[in-house]
Design a protein around this ligand. Structure first.
Ligand SMILES: C[S@@+](CC[C@H](N)C(=O)[O-])C[C@H]1O[C@@H](n2cnc3c(N)ncnc32)[C@H](O)[C@@H]1O
Length: 210
């Protein structure tokens, strides 16, 4: 899987110069961590679902030890439990002035228009077709299920606020990365500009308060 080009540019442009120590939280299968290592960063990538022998360590955020110059979390903070305790722990892992680079979605902005548009795009993909149960489900039900499992962006920000300085998240497209295709980014951006779709993505660069 290739890392999304916009995501990679955002992360590279927000990190300090290599070789700095970077913690990637919820690294999944480690594609972004691989790109950062190739660029000269000393990366510790963690994920509780990591496979043994992979370049991602099988750890949850609360179990991480060490000191880092920066941390990166790509659509992972909304899954982290316990959220407040894990964010307090993350603050202890970063040097004062260290950056926390966050790519998130905001579940509060998801509505039935979002779910319908997403399901239509998903079903139109030749490799998905009518075999895809998630996009065949009633959008209202999928949304209720997601709201039960995903921390809202406001709650993530509130959990970070005691330890980090940051401004308002920058809103933008996200749906094209949720099992769709990079080419749908331009369509999603156009629809956000026309106020047909809400901006479900959010970018944030926070700084560890001294
Ligand atoms: C939606 S996936 C994103 C994975 C990857 N960053 C990507 O963009 O493909 C969220 C990830 O967060 C991880 N995660 C959940 N709880 C976590 C925790 N307590 N500490 C670290 N990662 C966690 C999950 O295992 C999952 O791989």
């Amino acid at each position: 899987v290739d890392v999304d080009v916009d995501l990679l540019a955002f992360v590279m442009a927000s990190l300090p110069e290599p070789p700095s120590r970077v913690l990637e939280i919820g690294a999944g299968t480690g594609e972004l961590a691989g790109e950062l290592r190739a660029a000269g960063y000393a990366v510790t990538a963690i994920d509780p679902t990591a496979e043994a022998g992979s370049a991602v360590e099988r750890l949850s955020l609360l179990e991480v030890r060490g000191v880092y110059d920066a941390a990166v979390a790509v659509v992972s903070l909304h899954h982290i439990d316990p959220l407040e305790e894990s964010c307090a722990h993350l603050a202890t892992l970063l040097e004062p002035g260290g950056r926390l680079i966050i790519d998130e979605l905001d579940i509060e902005r998801y509505d039935e228009r979002v779910m319908r548009w997403w399901a239509q795009q998903r079903r139109a993909l030749p490799d998905v077709g009518h075999e895809d149960h998630e996009s065949d489900d009633d959008p209202a039900h999928v949304l209720i299920h997601m709201r039960e499992h995903i921390h809202p962006l406001d709650r993530i920000c509130a959990a970070l606020q005691p330890y980090f300085d940051f401004g308002q998240p920058v809103r933008g497209p996200y749906l094209y990365r949720w099992g769709l295709r990079p080419s749908l980014r331009a369509v999603e951006v156009e629809l956000i500009g026309e106020r047909v779709l809400p901006a479900t993505g959010a970018l944030l660069v926070a700084t560890r308060r001294p």
